[in-house]
Design a binder for this molecule. Structure first.
Ligand SMILES: [Ca+2]
Length: 493
């Protein structure tokens, strides 16, 4: 094994503390909390462009990590990251995997790109090649690019990361529960009974891809090593590209069901197998940050830690209401930390509305590139918020919550107000009521009227129930084929 796990057991809670700060008024650390204009330019390789690393978890909840209040899972590396960086406490993705990854890569609502909530293996659907995604916009700026981990924007060759601006790819192209169903443990008869009740779908074994080639069919036991393999690959990429600007998208399979922590973490947490895997993910983030520090890249590298959607009931979205798949806050508000020593203020929280969609314009802006001007892009450049400029406000008049990411509009947020259309209309004041418990619509008719105006505005763009004029098409593969070692669909007994 190339990696050591030394330090994992030496856990200490030396982080920022779990209390959530209410706004962008976080404690300034002397010499760190500089306005952007006062901040020295990143000194980097020849052209001085910063590096970007996005660590994207799968199904990790808002309350699953220490910096966002977890008392169950030990996440000392994320505690340190938060102490050295800024927590984004009102950062939205989408309620499900494919939709979420679409928002991140395109800077647009998934509905705008006609991408479904979740893609299944051998689907003909893929993200349109007419969309310009982050690595495609960074390549002209001289960036080395790599995607490690879960892709989920189409598993046909024309949709894979290597066709979309990534120099290289290593990972599972979709979710880790999309192989043949895992055999339930226990006596053979009970296992057979369970299988009959829930028959295994006829799916190919999980394919581990190196660029566009299947290099391994991943059996359940093999999943135990995914975090380690992904981390190892990420570190190799960072080291190989230390002298030039790079973009690393590290999209973990963890902590999506079925849970497969590595051997060094099994049974070690106080929160069962799920906690074990969260703690391994924390270890991985620590290894990435350590590599950046050790290579002397910290002051020219922006690292963003986030999750793609909320946790299921196994995880913890506290203090938010709801779970993965819903448009309650727990479905798509994420635990997010931005880290860039010297640029992103340390030990601070920003509660302004931000989103996965903002990553594209922000990174492209930092790289000196151009966001496409010939189409609607929903994300905005949030550098003023990231860099802690005094008085910086969210660039979003509103954030829209679509069912599953691509379904009907279910809610809208503007400032502290969130207005729901379904299951029945209701108004919540998220600053006072983050758990969405008390409908205050009757006492605030003017707010309701303004929220309805925002909904009408979206109806003219992407549509509220149907499809509006602002929706663009996804692509469709003519003859989708499974990704297997042989290239053939295996027989599933
Ligand atoms: Ca997910």
């Amino acid at each position: 094994m190339a990696l050591t796990r030394r330090g994992f057991v030496k856990w200490t809670c030396a982080g920022a503390g779990a209390a959530l700060l209410p706004s962008c008024q976080g404690p300034a650390v002397a010499g760190r909390h500089l306005a952007a204009a006062e901040t020295p330019a990143a000194s980097g390789p020849a052209d001085g462009k910063p590096n970007f690393i996005i660590i994207y978890m799968d199904d990790m909840g808002y309350g699953d990590v220490g910096p966002f209040g977890s008392k169950k899972n030990r996440t000392p590396n994320l505690e340190r990251m938060a102490a050295e960086g800024t927590r984004l406490t009102s950062f939205y993705a989408a309620p499900l995997c494919t939709a979420s990854r679409t928002t991140l890569m395109t800077g647009c609502y998934a509905k705008r790109c006609s991408m479904p909530s979740v893609l299944f293996p051998v689907s003909p659907v893929g993200l349109s090649r007419r969309e310009k995604i982050i690595p495609e916009l960074l390549k002209p700026q001289g960036y080395a690019t790599m995607c490690v981990g879960k892709w989920h924007l189409g598993d046909q060759p024309e949709f894979l990361p290597t066709r979309r601006g990534f120099d290289h790819y290593l990972g599972l192209p979709y979710s880790n529960d999309m192989g043949p169903a895992e055999k339930p443990p226990g006596p053979k008869a009970a296992a057979k009974k369970a299988e009959n009740a829930n028959p295994a779908p006829k799916r190919p074994p999980l394919p581990l891809l190196r660029d566009e080639k299947v290099v391994q069919e991943v059996a359940p036991r093999d999943q135990d090593r995914l975090v380690e393999i992904y981390t190892d690959e990420a570190l190799k990429f960072i080291r190989a590209n230390k002298d030039r600007p790079f973009f690393l998208y590290l999209a973990h399979t963890a902590v999506h069901n079925p849970y497969h922590p590595g051997d060094a973490f099994k049974g070690k947490s106080f929160n069962g197998v799920y906690g074990d895997w969260v703690e391994e993910a924390d270890w991985s983030a620590g290894k990435v940050l350590d590599a950046v520090r050790e290579l002397g890249l910290a002051e020219r590298t922006l690292v963003i830690f986030a999750s793609d959607n909320g946790a299921t009931k196994t995880g913890d979205n506290t203090p938010l209401r709801g779970f993965k798949g819903s448009t309650w806050e727990g479905g798509l508000r994420e635990p997010v930390i931005a880290w860039w020593p010297g640029r992103v203020p340390a030990g601070r929280a920003c509660d302004e509305i931000t989103s996965t969609m903002d990553v594209l314009p922000t990174l492209v802006g930092l790289a000196g590139g151009q966001v496409p001007a010939d189409r609607a892009i929903d994300g905005r450049d949030i550098r003023p918020l990231l860099f802690g400029e005094p008085g910086a406000k969210s660039p979003h008049e509103a954030f829209y919550y679509f069912a599953g990411g691509t379904g009907p509009l279910e809610a809208v947020r503007s400032g502290s107000w969130k207005y729901r259309l379904k299951p029945e209309t209701a108004l919540y004041h998220l600053d006072k009521d983050i758990g969405e418990t008390t409908d205050v619509a009757a006492a605030n008719p003017e707010v309701v009227k303004r929220m309805q105006e925002l909904i009408d505005k979206m109806d003219k763009d992407l549509g509220v129930t149907g499809s509006g004029p602002g929706v663009r098409e996804h692509d469709t593969a003519a003859k989708p084929r499974p990704l297997t070692l042989s290239g053939e669909m295996p027989v599933v007994d």
